[in-house]
Write a protein that binds this ligand. Structure first.
Ligand code: SF4
Length: 467
């Protein structure tokens, strides 16, 4: 699975804001490694710098100096709406008369076709859902509306998952969709009584790295506007009956040091491992996690089971995103490039291997083979999320339903396909309990097929979602 994109917005008068946003994007690099961009507003000019590649490759001293506004937004991207290369890099810019704004998006819209038709856009144009929203906002401003006014006209029409950040002369805005699929948090520079600036970011570590203090999470449907050092909030969109934060933010996407729904992600992962150990015990010599996001759950499994915890795989941390489309064979070779076994730790041992999820199963099968080749006598898989059975329409790049290992196989068939001695997945109720945020609500559509919004009507084998 590919992550969900990261967004940042900062207003901090008197500071070199683009350098702060650079650090924040660096902290959000895990959410998107395909392209990165920033837009700053200053003296009635909106400047956008964006390109394909990692944050460190896209920006340099010169470009950060050119982004000289006191209000800046930033974006890291993984594509979910087609592979449009540079054309899909964000932020996107639109002007209306002498007025310009830029927009960046984390999420995926589920009614893009309807919106594009409304915007009078020709089918087949090289455009993303974010472009369509920018077009609609610019069109609404043609009639003299402010950007905030245009948002109140356009955003109620938008369905699906979105955290938008926008920049215009003198202010930045951030808004979260009514279900709250993707995270967005607010931070403050300076003291409570005399704030010197404000920031919005997908995850709290991006605030930490900028030196901002975490204030709170943005509520579903809430619009936050930051003008200079003043932060204001409006409930622009009626929130859904219950929040639907993507449960995979806790399992896999978010950084372990992020705070979501009031809970630190690492703790949730460790507790999931503890519950998994109680739910699905097995006798073994060593508990190991698949790096990186399987490791905290493995720690928890070891703690609860009393079986020693150790490292069994070394991850090459310098593998970045390639633009070569992998076939199944290349994916299997890719595992070897990324992970290598620690033979001394593994040889002759009965292993419990904890991983966060199984999507196609190709990677997991390659890991099981690798561990057996390194001398493991037994390999018992424990998965810290329930079986992934349905595609995601809310900003995560998932394969078609037929490609999902668990969509049409029993547990025994999955075990046989992967070549392991046993396999167990954590139960959904245990995962929710482990997260430990009783007032939070979660999207679990890829596990249950219960989509919180309308999704495209498609048939099994193509995209495969329920209508
Ligand atoms: S369908 Fe799954 S991956 Fe997509 S938002 Fe919901 S929980 Fe997250």
């Amino acid at each position: 699975m590919k992550e969900a994109c990261g967004v940042v917005a900062v207003s901090y008068p008197g500071r070199e804001v683009s350098r702060l946003v650079f650090d924040a994007l660096y902290a959000l690099q895990h959410r998107g490694q395909e392209s990165a961009g920033m837009a700053s507003a200053n003296h009635e000019t909106v400047t956008v710098v964006k390109d394909m590649g990692l944050v460190s490759a896209v920006f340099n001293d010169r470009s950060l100096t050119a982004l000289d506004g006191q209000q800046v937004i930033g974006h890291t991207r993984y594509s979910t709406q087609g592979d449009l290369g540079w054309h899909a890099a964000q932020p996107v810019f639109r002007s209306q008369g002498s007025f310009g704004f830029a927009l960046a998006h984390n999420g995926n819209l589920t009614n893009t076709d309807v919106l594009a038709e409304r915007a009078g856009m020709l089918p087949g144009l090289l455009l993303t859902d974010t472009d369509v929203v920018a077009e609609l906002l610019a069109a609404a401003m043609e009639s003299g509306q402010t950007l905030a006014g245009a948002m109140s006209t356009v955003l109620p029409l938008v369905e699906g998952a979105f955290c938008f950040v926008l920049v215009e002369e003198g202010r930045v805005h951030g808004i979260r969709d009514p279900h709250g699929f993707r995270p967005l948090c607010l931070g403050r520079f300076g003291g409570v009584d005399a704030p010197e600036g404000w920031a919005l970011a997908s995850e709290s570590p991006a605030l930490d790295v900028m030196g901002a203090t975490f204030v709170r999470e943005v509520a579903p449907g809430e619009l936050v506007t930051i003008e200079g050092t003043t932060c204001s909030s409006t409930q622009l969109l009626t929130p859904a009956e219950s929040t639907k934060l993507c449960i995979f933010e806790f399992v896999y996407f978010a950084r372990p040091d992020a705070v979501l729904a009031g809970r630190e992600v690492h703790g949730a992962r460790r507790r999931t491992g503890e519950l998994l150990a109680r739910q699905s015990p097995v006798d073994a010599d060593l508990v190991m996690g698949v790096p990186d996001s399987g490791v905290p759950a493995a720690e928890g499994y070891a703690l609860a089971s009393g079986i020693p915890f150790g490292q069994g795989l070394v991850k090459n941390r310098y593998i970045g995103r390639t633009f070569i489309t992998p076939d199944q064979g290349a994916r299997a070779r890719g595992v070897r490039r990324k992970l290598n076994p620690l033979r001394e730790n593994i040889f002759g041992k009965r292993l419990i291997v904890v991983d966060d999820s199984i999507v196609r199963g190709t990677t997991t099968r390659a890991i099981v083979t690798m561990l057996r080749d390194a001398g493991a006598t037994e390999v018992h898989l424990r998965i810290s999320s329930p079986p992934f059975r349905w595609p995601c329409f809310y900003g995560i790049d998932t394969p078609t339903r037929d490609e999902l290992l668990a969509s049409h196989r029993s547990i025994d068939e999955i075990r046989d396909f992967l070549g392991c001695d046993s396999i167990a997945y954590v139960a959904l109720e245990d995962l929710v309990e482990a997260i430990g945020a009783p007032t939070a609500g979660f999207c679990d559509a890829c596990l249950t097929g219960r989509y919180p919004t309308r999704v495209p009507l498609v048939v099994r084998g193509t995209t495969g979602a329920k209508a």
